[in-house]
Design a protein around this ligand. Structure first.
Ligand code: AMP
Ligand code: ZN
Length: 482
């Protein structure tokens, strides 16, 4: 496929270290609160990317961390550990809230049809890994100790700013208003690999290390976890666009300095979901969650559909009106799929042609909206229903909109509702508990009542051709299969 690469600012064919196999890494959630639907936009798009790579025939090993330590309130090593803040807010221990919000995250993912990565690793489970890397970085002269902490020395790098050509002013993340600058740093963008002297005496989780009892910085987690489970050569690294700097920039700095060779050539960044008033944030009071969408009567998959309608490299504006529109369109789509009949044989040649087109279109920098267009193209096409269903099932292995499952459910619900209606009046159908047949018989009775004999005969013939024998009885009909 063609993918835009944030590191080169270009769209190019995606090439992996081992042809046909993708080592993929995703920055996981910081589990101090629920994920907001902005976070989940990133995970939805990364999920489609993984599924598309598999659809192309690759094997994929996808790894994700769970940040349960070390992510401070500011991405530049200042402020309080977010986990500690969450624990204090809820009068629980850090591990309790980590477990609670990790489970909540995967529950949201399940509702949004986001597949669980092959490996999910909490950051607190890989301390030895970070210690090994930090020790080597100190030995190689890429790190230094100051004021009790271990820092990465960005001045030792040939090139630090990988994703952008910011000037120094833009990158002054360490000197945000009201936040004390860390005077131990030799260079402004140096970052903490290991904290031993934290301003926060009550930091909950601490481990022994060659530099004293402490805890790892946020960036080292992802390098350590990725190297452990993806190996030395990572093919594809994903995250939201806010992760590009400083998080991913620092991951590259420490990983390549440690390995002594290039680490990951392809960087995939999902742009933000914003509200009309700006960026979505977990720390700003009430925020939008999957549960809130459900409480308001939305199907979480309508939100997935909404995300797929637009390109991952564009900011997306969330509003209830936009979600209403997406939900309306999604429901109509399901209705159209439900109208397809499960009969006949799929035309293998036609399936191959449409699949190829889907591969080309979605394969152009993960163009998910064209993926949805491909679904409508199939529905409109001059193909038999079996072929259409085969194609929809195939595309849905990537889009994961539960098209045929939802359609089956809709048919079932409608049949049930209609069957119930058939006994509601003075006409009762008794049979073998098949709502669709009940419904046909009911429609035949209705047609007779309306003196629409042609329709009544047509239904009688259809029932006959399906091997159903109908006997009229007072107040209704009884049927059985012959
Ligand atoms: P966090 O739980 O804060 O570590 O973030 C989890 C993921 O969500 C990261 O990949 C972030 O880059 C991403 N993210 C954060 N805010 C947004 C947003 N508004 N829209 C899309 N992705 C986001
Ligand atoms: Zn990360």
């Amino acid at each position: 496929m063609y993918l835009y690469n944030s590191a080169t600012h270009q769209k190019a064919p995606f090439v992996t270290h081992t042809p046909g196999h993708v080592e993929m890494y995703t920055c996981g959630p910081t589990v101090y609160h629920f994920a907001h639907i902005g976070n989940l936009r990133s995970y939805i798009m990364e999920d489609v990317l993984e599924k598309f790579l598999r659809y192309e025939g690759n094997t994929v090993n996808r790894v994700m961390n769970i940040t349960d330590v070390g992510h401070l309130a500011s991405d530049a090593d200042t402020g309080e550990d977010k986990m500690l803040k969450g624990a204090r807010r809820e009068h629980k221990t850090v591990m309790e809230i980590a477990k609670y919000y990790t489970d909540a995250f995967f529950e949201d993912c399940r509702k949004l049809n986001i597949k669980r990565p092959d490996t999910v690793q909490p950051a607190t489970g890989c301390i030895d890994e970070y210690i090994k890397i930090i020790t080597a970085l100190l030995e190689k002269g890429f790190a230094y100790q100051a004021g009790g902490n271990v820092y990465f020395d960005t001045s030792k790098l040939k090139r630090y700013y990988i994703f952008n050509d910011h000037n120094e002013e833009d990158l002054a993340v360490g000197v945000r208003e009201g936040v004390e600058e860390d005077t131990n740093k030799r260079n402004r963008n140096d970052f903490v690999l290991w904290f031993t002297k934290s301003k926060f005496e009550d930091q909950a989780l601490k481990w022994d290390s060659p530099w004293g009892v402490g805890y790892p910085g946020w960036h080292i987690e992802c390098s350590g976890i990725s190297m452990k489970y993806n190996g030395e050569y990572l093919d594809l690294h994903c995250g939201g666009i806010d992760n590009a700097f400083p998080h991913h920039t620092n991951e590259i700095a420490q990983s390549e300095s440690f390995l002594g060779h290039p680490w990951c050539p392809q960087w995939f960044h999902v742009h933000h979901l914003n509200t009309a008033t700006g960026k979505m944030s977990k720390s700003k009071g009430e925020f939008l969650t999957v549960s809130l969408l459900e409480e308001k009567g939305y199907d979480p998959l309508s939100y997935r559909f909404f995300c797929l309608q637009s390109h991952y490299r564009k900011n997306l504006v969330f509003s209830w009106e936009n979600l209403d529109n997406a939900q309306g369109t999604y429901r109509k789509l399901i209705r159209r799929v439900a109208a397809l009949k499960q009969e006949g044989e799929a035309d293998a040649a036609a399936v191959a042609v449409y699949k190829e087109k889907f591969l080309q279109q979605v394969g152009n920098d993960l163009n998910t909206s064209l993926g949805i267009t491909a679904v409508y193209d199939v529905l409109k096409a001059d193909l038999n229903d079996a072929t259409k269903l085969a194609l929809l099932d195939s595309f849905d292995t990537v889009l994961s909109l539960s098209l045929t499952e939802k359609a089956a459910k809709l048919r079932e619900e409608e049949a049930k509702a209609k069957a119930e209606a058939s006994t509601a009046g003075d006409y009762t159908v008794t049979g073998e508990g098949d709502a669709e047949i009940d419904q046909l018989i009911f429609r035949r009775a209705q047609a007779k009542k309306e003196r629409n004999f042609a329709e009544a005969d047509r239904i009688r013939d259809e029932l006959k051709s399906r091997g159903i024998e109908v006997t009229d009885v007072p107040g209704g009909a009884v049927w059985k299969r012959l």
